[in-house]
Design a protein around this ligand. Sequence first.
Ligand code: FMN
Length: 178
Amino acid sequence: MKTLNDIALHRRSIRKYDSSRGLSREELETLVRFAQEAPSWKNQQTSRYHIVTSPETLAAARQCLGGSNPQKTEGAGALIITSFKHDIVGHTQGKPDNEAGNGWGWYDLGLQSAYLLLKAAELDIDTLVIGIRSAEQLRQLLSIPEDETIGAVIAVGHRVEDVQRPPRKPLDDILRFY
Ligand SMILES: Cc1cc2nc3c(=O)[nH]c(=O)nc-3n(C[C@H](O)[C@H](O)[C@H](O)COP(=O)(O)O)c2cc1C
């Protein structure tokens, strides 16, 4: 039985995927269903997932990724374009409740995404969170509605090889008790 610690340590950003191993619709639905267990502002659940699996659309979506991300996602069975419906979370009657505004929508999307990554790791499915991407090209390609802010793209597949864990900062650098 894997512990949460095992799962978190097994999860790594994977940049080389085994193209011979696909992903089923059920597996992808399992990831999103688990992501829905994350907490959200007033349980508003504004996060959305646009999942691309067909080879032609996958190839087109990979071209919307920046830098070397198209190469890094070669062989991945799916790309999940994450988004959230903006001006809802952290807002009352269209006005921001505090300085963070739609930052709370990003927060909720990040929480759900973390759940998704961990569920994938539990199932030996690998992922890469991608921030370097063209939101506008992805919006056009998939006709993502204008009331959704597009977040990260998550590549999903199976690793070709294990990769090293990038070091984490010492606790003293990030933690203060009062
Ligand atoms: C919001 C966000 C955006 C990221 N964007 C990219 C990206 O565009 N390309 C990439 O190769 N990795 C990207 N990464 C992956 C990080 O580089 C990686 O998580 C970090 O180096 C730690 O490695 P680990 O995920 O294996 O623990 C991103 C991660 C996050 C959380």
